[in-house]
Design a protein around this ligand. Structure first.
Ligand SMILES: CC(=O)CC(=O)SCCNC(=O)CCNC(=O)[C@H](O)C(C)(C)COP(=O)(O)OP(=O)(O)OC[C@H]1O[C@@H](n2cnc3c(N)ncnc32)[C@H](O)[C@@H]1OP(=O)(O)O
Length: 404
């Protein structure tokens, strides 16, 4: 063919034919939790008991106070008292325990992801074999072949499914995986991308340490769960698929100078060489408005909204009560705008990257019940992770699912 001007046209045509016509949309959502449920008002007693630290009355009282103000009612964990009791290295700060931690979840994490994914696929309405791409986000492994291969096998996906595995993206893992799925779906005509996110708190589990209060705060918030979403770009001829939320744009901002604010280092004793700065809610309050405005500027949606930020529905990662309070205060959001995120925080805790998928499911449920949010078609999905990184995806809720 040579390098004739004709070549540019040929390349352009091939490129156009490969791309989807419409924007990516979420076509099915599913969630799952492990069975061990611990009520938040019993958590401090449970935690100090299983870590053989009952004698630390002052620390127990402090943790109880934080639990009371956490906005959390209950959480689900892969680990149980029996599992912790069988592995003393989990409550010893010096002994290596990474292999133990990873082996506890090696099987459980892909199985729970498969449970959530099966629900998402059933919700989507097409066979699992129609999935063309798989994006798995997890902190539950450090191996290849990893959780993506295992999940593909459990679901009976095609051997040609194109897999991507994201490790250790913290609480922004779900948003990062959905951002990738959007790009894949829009750039590969006919692609149907399964996003599966499964995160495990056992990596952080550690005995109380007054000198490391941030880890104790993490103990009071983090929880386990799996979420899955099927993503594909519009195919108007397809009458089985019903878009739930279109993903209109996606962006990521790393706040300058915040590299040490949320740190997760995988070490021989797990992720307990980590840091969660007490400053995170304040850092978020100071930056979120400009960050979101910059992300939305090219779309012109904020300037067109006569209710400002209250003209949108909100899907925020429930990173902690103070995190949601910070979004609310900085953006001047009306009470009730974060109801779905607060509900997920209350019923499940901070399931890290997985939690955002629960929030999306809850928003859909509320819109179906005509509870709230139906006046807003445009929405903002946002979450933060190590970096400090703010991931944002602008959503549009379609009408068809609302009528179900
Ligand atoms: C992991 C990822 O990738 C991304 C994430 O989602 S990161 C997680 C983001 N979440 C957070 O940063 C937690 C946000 N914080 C909160 O929600 C609330 O502070 C809370 C529910 C933990 C406690 O709320 P509260 O009891 O009303 O008040 P608050 O004063 O903030 O905290 C109580 C105590 O805990 C301490 N504390 C709170 N956060 C802390 C932290 N990160 N590190 C150390 N200490 C902390 C406070 O200093 C305070 O201690 P004193 O009693 O000695 O003064």
């Amino acid at each position: 063919m040579g390098s004739s001007p004709h070549l540019a046209t040929v390349l352009h045509d091939i490129h156009q034919r490969q791309r989807a016509d419409g924007p990516a949309a979420m076509l099915g959502i599913g969630t799952a939790n492990p069975t061990n449920c611990v009520l938040q008002d019993q958590f401090a007693d449970w935690f100090f008991h299983v870590t053989k630290s009952d004698h630390l009355a002052e620390s127990t009282a402090k943790m109880k106070k934080i639990c009371e103000r956490s906005g959390i009612k209950k959480r689900y964990f892969y680990h149980t008292e029996e599992i912790i009791g069988a592995h003393p290295e989990l409550i010893d700060r010096v002994l290596p325990s990474l292999t133990t931690r990873l082996s506890i979840i090696a099987d459980a994490a892909p199985k729970l992801a498969a449970e959530a994914a099966s629900r998402a696929i059933a919700d989507w309405g097409r066979p699992a074999a129609d999935i063309t791409h798989l994006v798995v986000a997890t902190n539950s492994g450090a191996n290849e072949p990893g959780a993506d291969v295992r999940l593909a096998g459990l679901l009976g996906l095609r051997p040609t499914v194109r897999r991507t595995l994201l490790y250790l993206h913290g609480c922004s893992a779900g948003l990062a995986a959905l951002r990738m799925a959007k790009d894949i779906a829009e750039n590969n005509r006919g692609a149907r991308v399964l996003v599966a996110c499964t995160q495990a708190k056992i990596l952080w589990f550690c005995p109380p340490n007054d000198a490391h209060l941030d880890l104790m705060v993490a103990m009071t918030m983090l929880a386990d769960g799996a979420g899955a979403v099927v993503v594909g770009a519009d195919d108007p001829a397809n009458h089985i698929e019903r878009p739930i939320f279109h993903m209109v744009s996606a962006s990521q901002t790393t706040l300058p100078g915040t590299e040490q604010a949320v740190v997760d280092n995988l070490r021989e004793n797990g992720l307990v060489d980590s840091h969660l700065s007490v400053e995170v809610p304040r850092l978020l309050r100071g930056s979120i408005s400009k960050c979101l405005a910059d992300s939305m500027a090219p779309l012109g949606l904020l300037t067109a909204s006569d209710k400002g930020w209250n003209g949108f529905f909100w899907a925020l990662h429930p990173g902690g009560r103070a995190i949601l309070d910070s979004y609310e205060a900085a953006l001047g959001l009306e009470p009730g705008k974060l109801a779905a995120s607060r509900h997920v925080l209350s019923e499940y805790g901070n399931m890290m990257g997985t939690a955002i998928i629960f929030v999306l499911d809850e928003i859909r449920r509320r819109r179906r019940r005509h509870d709230d949010g139906k006046d807003c078609q445009w929405g903002v999905m946002s979450g933060l992770g190590p970096g400090l990184t703010i991931e944002t995806i602008v959503l549009h809720a379609t009408g068809s699912q609302d009528e179900n």
